[in-house]
Design a protein. Structure first.
Length: 453
């Protein structure tokens, strides 16, 4: 059997893709401008706008969203009467964390052991390149058969909702028949997967105060209430003995029906240390796709180096709560804040502040677009059947788009398979996955245009 022409074209474009991803990864586009220069994010946005313009997109624009960041928009017209497909990615990235933990500089794309390493390589600058590859391959092989809208967000990782609010204020901008969110990933390398559910997310900042100022621990310790100890107590109340999340009033017993996650494979993917137990109950899929999960993201307290023998007067923490499909994120936020306030010990003063929030998402895998993608995946991944999985992470924009465009079919694909280690040190992308998923996206657009169902 002769190779698929689209696949041949994508393969020939991979050297260019690597060069472009190298340029894009070099931007330190963390949308936290207290830590990273705004110019880095704006530079990445301009790069993407230039790439879309070069591909013939019209109405290319840098959209100033309400959270102070920029999203990039472009429109590529197809044949008269064609369907419209919206392609999504984001160019903002997580901070690199401890740069000393990276084997190579986080903002320099580096090839090692068959993978390309760099912050954002998979999540989600690689998604931008995936969209470009798919469209270029179609241009060489008969043209792009649909109208294409591209939107590349600038603050997805921060959860500040800039693009969501912009879309609500300009509801006609992103309207489409189908939407491909390029910010998920295969269940494992080589296994084509579409994500059908996402957990929602809320972040709450907690502050505990007990004293007017720090006190000498020898003179006052044992009777003076320690704010840091009070904070530790309330944080501990958010977990049961087995590590399950326990927020008063929030159900934690839902079950996942579908593709299961082998426990030993999960231990390997998560790099759990030998002898350390997994937390929670139920199957791994239940725990990461169908149930709430609380995580303490950070605590403000004195570092060990330089600490003094003092009873702490104040302490703060940032808490993330992942919310399963079917649970309203606003209600979950209310329950979390109430739980914290009711479990604070010793009458300590506590305040909570919501930092970010996004609703959970559930797609309809029975829609025609899913069949079009399944047929495309079968070509891109010969011998493999497309799987349906959940994802523990959150993409708040999904529910916004589903609410604005209830008739649109939404699919989630992408490059964030387990080996990518997104949000961690040594994030990487598999170039083989980039190549195959670009082929799949191109063929999906062709199938969808033809009305495959």
């Amino acid at each position: 059997m002769s190779p698929n022409p689209v696949a041949v074209t994508v393969a020939s474009l991979m050297p260019r893709a690597k060069e472009e991803l190298t340029e894009l990864v070099a931007f330190k586009s963390v949308a936290d401008f207290d830590q990273f220069p705004r110019e880095e994010s704006e530079g990445a946005a301009r790069w993407i706008a230039g790439a879309l313009t070069a591909e013939g997109f019209q109405d290319v624009a840098l959209l100033d969203t309400p959270d102070g960041t920029q999203s990039v928009y472009g429109y590529l017209p197809g044949p008269e009467g064609a369907r419209t497909v919206l392609l999504y990615a984001h160019y903002d990235v997580q901070p690199p964390l401890d740069e000393s933990g990276w084997a190579t500089p986080p903002f320099e794309l580096t090839e090692r052991d068959g993978r390309w390493y760099g912050r954002g390589a998979a999540d989600c600058k690689g998604g931008v390149i995936m969209h470009l590859l798919a469209l270029r391959a179609l241009k060489v092989n008969g043209g792009v058969p649909v109208n294409v809208k591209v939107i590349v967000e600038g603050s997805e990782e921060q959860g500040t909702g800039g693009l969501e609010r912009y879309a609500e204020e300009h509801p006609g901008l992103l309207t489409a028949d189908a939407i491909v969110i390029g910010d998920a990933g295969n269940f494992r390398v080589g296994l084509p997967t579409v994500t059908t559910t996402l957990r929602g997310m809320t972040m709450v900042r907690v502050r505990v105060d007990t004293l007017e100022g720090n006190l000498h621990s020898g003179q006052f310790g044992g009777a003076a209430p320690d704010a840091l100890a009070a904070l530790v107590r309330v944080l501990d109340s958010l977990r049961a003995e087995d590590g399950s999340t326990t927020v008063d009033g929030l159900s934690g017993d839902s079950a996942w029906e579908g593709l299961q996650y082998d426990e030993e494979q999960f231990r390997t993917d998560a790099k759990v240390l030998d002898g350390v137990e997994l937390i929670g109950s139920g199957t791994v899929a239940d725990r990461i796709w169908a149930r709430p999960a609380v995580t303490v993201l950070g605590i403000d307290c004195p570092p060990v180096v330089g600490a003094t023998p003092s009873v702490q007067a104040s302490a703060r923490a940032l808490i993330s709560l992942r919310v399963p499909p079917g649970v309203d994120a606003a209600k979950a936020t209310e329950l979390l804040r109430t739980h914290i306030e009711s479990h604070i010990p010793w009458g300590a003063r506590v305040s909570t502040e919501q930092i970010g929030q996004g609703q959970a998402f559930r797609a309809d895998p029975g829609s025609p677009a899913y069949q079009a993608m399944s047929d495309a995946m079968a070509v891109a991944y010969p011998g493999q059947e497309m799987q349906y999985a959940g994802q523990g992470g959150s993409i708040p924009l999904c529910n916004t788009l589903a609410g604005l465009y209830p008739d649109a079919e939404i699919l989630l694909t992408g490059l964030s398979e387990p080996e990518a280690q997104i949000h961690a040190v040594n994030e990487s992308v598999s170039p083989d996955e980039l190549e195959r998923l670009s082929v799949a996206e191109a063929l999906f657009l062709r199938n969808y245009a033809a009305g495959t169902n």
